[in-house]
Ligand binder design. Structure first.
Ligand code: KG4
Ligand code: ZN
Length: 328
């Protein structure tokens, strides 16, 4: 089954052709980073307008890269939410229009389920259940127990900033370009252990996270001007990774998970990948970084198994913007 997938929930316009939910024939991502860079964050109206310009060319490119035309496509999917409303509407309606025009099966996809399904794009056998998924992106930090296909239980998550948001805010405090995550990680490569110790909010007795205290500590450290950027970036990254890897490995052990899955932009972080693999008692699946940050291939993978089960969305379905797992 060749699925054409479209993703436009935030600031990337993306389209992909995915075969049987596991093989990527093409994956095109048009980034808006430069458009928003001067604003220090994503400006929703600029994002939706840019999606409008990019969507048709990106879909055409995905088909061309896959060496196919719409004649070869068996079903269409688009991200239904969560995300920015104006951004979602562009990709979701493009997906609907293609399905309508070609009389193809259509399914709305859940962005967070997509982040988990990046793990199905890793070569080799499929992930085994029960699995524990750590979803860490600009908008989410969730520990989700996946008992089987389609069964999600959120067992922990952030009480304030998402992990990616914390990286982005720390990046801004350190004077690094937007989005901070990859720049903080790069700066940390030039840093190392020092006398600087930043706080880890362990939230004992829960599998929840909190990153706002850490962000304030970065602010005070920058103001005190005693440490250089690489040293602060290094210690900040270690503090975030310590808590994420510590809680994920403990929960995986408690649940008797067969595997740990990771997804979302922060899952591209090398130190997080290393520490999860070092500390988890079970295998950790490591999707390629390009399928951790927003892309349409993961959306195609998530929709494929539902489409194969015969699930369909009607063409009058609305988007949603709530960050919950109940809507999966
Ligand atoms: O999944 P994603 O592309 O979009 C959302 O769904 O939010 O995640 C974007 C987030 C941003 O906060 C970005 O700074 C962060 O992922 N990120 C990273 C890295 N690459 C992207 N954070 C830490 N280390 C990285 N290498
Ligand atoms: Zn995302």
């Amino acid at each position: 089954m060749n699925v054409l997938a479209i993703e436009s929930s935030c600031d990337e316009t993306a389209a992909a052709v995915v075969v049987d939910g596991r093989t990527v024939r093409s994956s095109v991502v048009a980034s808006q980073v430069e458009l928003h860079a001067g604003h220090g964050g994503i400006v929703p109206e600029l994002a939706s307008r840019q999606h409008l310009r990019a969507i048709a060319p990106v879909v055409q490119q995905a088909l061309a890269d896959a060496g196919c035309t719409l004649d070869d496509i068996d079903a269409v999917t688009g991200t239904r939410g969560p995300g920015l409303a104006g951004s979602l509407l562009v990709g979701y309606n493009a997906a609907k229009a293609i399905a309508f025009g070609r009389e193809l099966p259509f399914l709305g996809a859940h962005h967070l389920e997509g982040h988990i399904y990046a793990n199905w794009l890793v070569e080799g056998p499929e992930p085994r259940f029960p699995a524990l998924a750590l979803v860490v992106s600009g908008g989410h930090t969730d520990l989700v127990f996946m008992r089987e296909y389609g069964a999600y239980e959120r067992l922990g998550g952030t009480r304030d900033d998402a992990a990616g948001e914390a990286f982005d805010k720390a990046g801004r405090l350190l004077g690094l370009p937007f989005p901070g995550g990859p720049h903080v990680a790069k700066a940390a490569d030039d840093g190392g252990p020092s006398s600087l110790k930043l706080p880890r909010a362990w939230m004992h007795g829960t599998f929840d996270f909190s990153f706002s205290g850490l962000k304030t500590a970065v602010l005070h450290t920058v103001q005190a001007a005693k440490y250089d950027v690489p040293s602060i970036a290094w210690e900040f990254q270690e503090a975030v990774v310590d808590v994420l890897a510590g809680k994920t490995s403990r929960l995986a052990r408690e649940l008797g998970a067969a595997e740990v899955l990771i997804g979302g932009g922060v899952a591209a972080n090398r130190r997080l990948r290393e520490e999860l693999q070092r500390r988890c008692p079970v295998p950790v699946r490591i999707p390629p970084a390009k399928y951790c940050t927003d892309n349409a291939a993961m959306i195609g993978a998530a929709a494929s198994y539902r489409l194969a089960l015969g699930q369909r969305s009607t063409l009058d379905e609305d988007i949603f913007t709530t960050n919950d797992w109940a809507s999966v």
